[in-house]
Design a protein around this ligand. Structure first.
Ligand code: GLY
Length: 303
C-alpha cells in the first residue's frame, strides 16, 4: 500500500435488478463519497457516506426504502462494513433502524463483528442510533407487486415454489396472501488516497422471505470483502451468493493477479442466468462493475 498515492477510486451500485433510472441516486452517493474523502481521506468513511445516502434515498432496497416482509408490516435489514485498517462490523435482521450501515460501523467498535436481531436493536438503542418506522408508498407498491407475483405460477424467488412461503409461514400474524421478487442491495467500494480499501453494503433483504431470513450482505466473504489487494461487494439473491462465497472468491482472483473485468465476469458466470447477480470492485489500479441484469451504478476515478 502506497502512503504517497493521491488518486482515489469509488464504485457504487444500487442493486442488481433495479432500474438504471436510479443511476442518479448512485451518482449522488458517489459524490457524497468524494466529499467525505476531501474531509477525512478515509476510504471507509467515504464508502459509508455513499451507502447512507442510498439508504436515505427511499427508492433502493436499503434503509428507508427497504422491502416489506411478507406480513406487509415488518422490515428487516442487514448491513456490513470492512476496510484494510482492520475495521469489520455487520448487523443482521435489524428493525426500525434509519441507517443500518452506520450501526454496522458502530458494531466494529464493540468486541464483536456481527450483531443480529433484538440484540442489535438493543445495541442501537444503547448508543442512541436514530430510528425510522414509516412505510412509504414506494415500499407499499413493491409489496403489492410481490403479493401478486406469489399468487401466480412463476416462482417469485427462482427455484422456490411460491407455496413454500405459506407452508413455512413464521410471522406473528396469520398469513394474508393471495399468495415482485425483490432482491437488491446497495453497496460502495473505495480505494482511498492513501491506498487503503473499504467496502460498505446495506439491504432490506430479499422478497419473498420468511421472518428472520438473512442473506449475503452481512456475511463476510459472501456479500463483501476488503483486503490489501482491493475491495469487493456483491448484489443478488443471498441464498445463491453465500454458496459461492462470492466476494471472497473474486478477491482471491484479484489477489492472484487476474485483470479486474475478467475476475468480475468469472464471478458472474458462476451463476445460472436465472439468478440475478452483480459485483463491484476496486483494486490498486482498476475500478469496475458487472451484472447479469440492469444495475444502477456510478464510478468516479481520480488518477
Ligand atoms: N443480496 C441481498 C440479500 O440477499 O439479502
Amino acid at each position: 500500500m502506497s502512503e504517497t498515492q493521491e488518486g482515489y477510486a469509488i464504485v457504487v451500485h444500487g442493486g442488481v435488478g433495479s432500474p438504471r433510472d436510479y443511476d442518479d441516486g448512485c451518482e449522488r452517493a458517489a459524490g457524497r463519497a468524494v466529499e467525505e474523502l476531501a474531509i477525512s481521506a478515509d476510504a471507509l468513511e467515504a464508502a459509508m457516506a455513499a451507502v447512507a445516502e442510498m439508504e436515505d434515498d427511499g427508492r433502493f432496497n436499503a434503509g428507508t426504502g427497504s422491502v416489506l416482509c411478507l406480513d406487509g408490516a415488518t422490515v428487516e435489514m442487514d448491513a456490513s462494513i470492512m476496510d484494510t485498517r482492520g475495521r469489520l462490523g455487520a448487523v443482521a435482521c435489524v428493525q426500525g433502524i434509519k441507517n443500518p450501515v452506520l450501526l454496522a460501523r458502530a458494531v466494529a467498535d464493540t468486541p464483536h463483528w456481527l450483531l443480529a436481531g433484538d440484540g442489535a436493536n438493543r445495541f442501537a438503542a444503547a448508543i442512541g442510533h436514530p430510528l425510522h418506522h414509516e412505510i412509504s408508498e414506494h415500499q407499499r407498491a413493491a409489496h403489492d407487486k410481490l403479493r401478486r407475483a406469489l399468487a401466480g405460477s412463476v416462482p417469485a424467488m427462482p427455484g422456490v415454489d411460491n407455496k413454500a412461503f405459506l407452508r413455512f409461514w413464521n410471522y406473528h400474524n396469520p398469513a394474508d396472501l393471495p399468495p415482485s421478487a425483490a432482491c437488491d442491495t446497495v453497496g460502495a467500494v473505495v480505494r482511498g488516497p492513501d491506498g487503503h480499501f473499504a467496502v460498505a453494503c446495506s439491504t432490506g433483504g430479499s422478497a419473498p422471505s420468511l421472518l428472520g431470513r438473512v442473506g449475503d450482505t452481512p456475511i463476510i466473504g459472501a456479500g463483501f470483502y476488503a483486503g490489501p489487494h482491493g475491495a469487493v461487494a456483491a448484489t443478488g439473491i443471498g441464498e445463491h451468493i453465500v454458496r459461492h462465497l462470492l466476494a471472497s472468491r473474486v478477491y482471491g482472483w484479484i489477489e492472484d493477479g487476474m485483470p479486474l473485468e475478467q475476475a468480475l465476469k468469472r464471478g458472474i458466470d458462476l451463476f445460472d442466468p436465472s439468478i440475478s447477480v452483480g459485483l463491484i470492485a476496486v483494486t490498486k489500479t482498476e475500478a469496475a462493475f458487472q451484472a447479469n441484469r440492469d444495475m444502477p451504478r456510478a464510478r468516479i476515478v481520480k488518477a
